[in-house]
Design a protein around this ligand. Structure first.
Ligand SMILES: *Cc1c(COP(=O)(O)O)cnc(C)c1O
Length: 423
């Protein structure tokens, strides 16, 4: 069956999430397919940011406890709002820090090398910041990252096999850190299975959820995941530098935070100003210092939108619209040197399509010149993320037609095949 523009329009009419599109600032004549790097601003996120600024204007110091969004409880309140997105109880999630800082906190808390059980298991495809954090944590403990950071190998440079990861869970491993969804290929790891295997071996396991939270459902608590951390500026549309998310399984409440600070206090105790920390009996214990209020505030509005639908509905559309994109690529651009680098099965693919092409860097530049916003990951990947809340099927249709024109006319040849500073 040949797909046509009419099909795209019909899919838009049938889209039960289409009402959310008008909530977002979408620039005319651009098609934004980069919501997996930085989600777009919604009117509600803008509103809650402005309300928080106004709380400052109106209340000064009293904004901590008064005003529309009292700052003292904001991280906890946002944790509650986020809990359904990760399958957690409300006090198991806190919005604090950033991805990398939260990873440091969690490793400082949960990495307890003992005798031979002293290594950390990660993978060779993971995001560099996570690796830097793990290497430095190992050094702090006096270990050599070359021997103590074990990286599971990929068989094809794109995907990881769960069986290979499980095989690497030896009795030398104290802690496992893995992505929920791989940032390049978009592969979803089987978190349930991996957690089960780690639990069986008494190895703690934590996940980096940057590319999955807000895009796919999770059941962290049901699966028995020990901890997780993620950023809120990608699929959750919290804004550039938005404060991150942190999950700690209830069974670990009461663990002393590795990196302690006064915002980890039990709320009622914090202003007693004692020199002995009384940690919160929740994920809140893993906060460090004063939260970045103006980078938390947009999340109030951004998460309101998620509360009006179900993450399962978001996932359903995401699967459908990414499949539509892949089918169109197949139909329109099959002989242009592209290959799809993400897994094909729905269970194993996340919220973006990962196209590989030798000229990827300059094809991305040509796309941008034509008003299509992709992102490029060196050396040869074009990531395209049609976002369930605001991308339409018609936009995907147009994006593929534009890409076809770029390829047929070889428009990309006028650009250098090199990445930009930020790519
Ligand atoms: C985006 C991303 C990060 C970014 O970390 P920050 O501390 O927010 O800069 C880390 N890990 C993964 C997998 C990411 O996709």
């Amino acid at each position: 069956m040949v797909l046509t523009e009419k099909d795209a329009k019909q899919l838009d009419r049938d889209d039960s999430l289409s009402r959310f599109r008008e909530e977002f600032y979408i620039k005319p004549n651009t098609i934004y397919l980069d919501g997996n790097s930085l989600g777009l601003l919604s009117k509600r996120a803008e509103r809650t940011l402005l309300e928080s600024l106004n709380d400052w204007k109106e209340h000064g110091i009293d904004g901590w406890t008064r005003g529309q969004h009292p700052w003292f409880f904001l991280s906890e309140r946002l944790g509650e709002m986020m809990a359904p997105l990760v399958g957690a109880e409300v006090d198991e999630v806190i919005v604090t820090g950033s991805t990398t800082v939260n990873l440091h906190q969690l490793v400082a808390t949960f990495y307890k090398p003992s005798g031979k059980k002293s290594k950390i298991l990660a993978d060779e495809l993971t995001f560099p910041s996570d690796i830097y954090a793990l290497q430095s944590q190992l050094r702090i403990h006096g270990f050599d990252p070359d021997t103590h950071l074990v990286r599971v190998k990929s068989r094809d440079g794109r995907l990881l096999e769960e069986a290979d990861i499980i095989e690497a869970m030896t009795d030398e491993i104290a802690l496992i850190i893995l992505p929920t969804v791989l940032y390049r290929s978009g592969q979803i790891l089987d978190m349930n299975r991996l957690t089960g295997e780690a639990n069986k071996r008494a190895i703690l396991i934590g996940f980096d959820g940057c590319h999955s939270v807000g895009a796919i459902p999770h059941s962290f608590s049901e699966w028995g995941v020990d901890f997780a951390y993620w950023c809120n500026y990608k699929h959750l549309n919290g804004g550039p530098g938005s404060v991150g998310g942190l999950y700690v399984n209830k069974k670990h409440f009461g663990s002393a935070p590795g990196l302690a600070g006064w915002f980890g206090s039990k709320k009622e105790k914090q202003f007693d100003m004692e020199h002995t920390l009384t940690p919160a009996e929740s994920a809140g214990a893993f906060q460090i210092g004063t939260p970045h209020i103006l980078s938390l505030a947009p999340l109030l509005g951004a998460l309101e939108i998620f509360a009006e639908t179900r993450i399962e509905n978001i996932r359903e559309k995401s699967l459908k619209i990414t499949r539509f994109l892949m089918d169109l690529m197949d139909q329109e651009l099959s002989d242009m040197g592209f290959s799809v680098g993400n897994p094909q099965e729905d269970l194993r693919r996340g919220g973006h399509v990962s196209l590989e092409h030798n000229e990827a860097a300059r094809i991305c530049k040509a796309l941008k010149e034509n008003g299509i916003i992709p992102d490029f990951r060196a050396p040869n990947i074009i990531r395209l993320a049609p976002v369930a809340l605001y991308t339409s099927y018609s936009e995907v249709w147009t994006a593929v037609q534009v890409l076809k024109k770029i390829m047929v006319e070889k428009q990309y040849e006028k650009f250098k095949n090199e990445r930009e500073v930020v790519a």
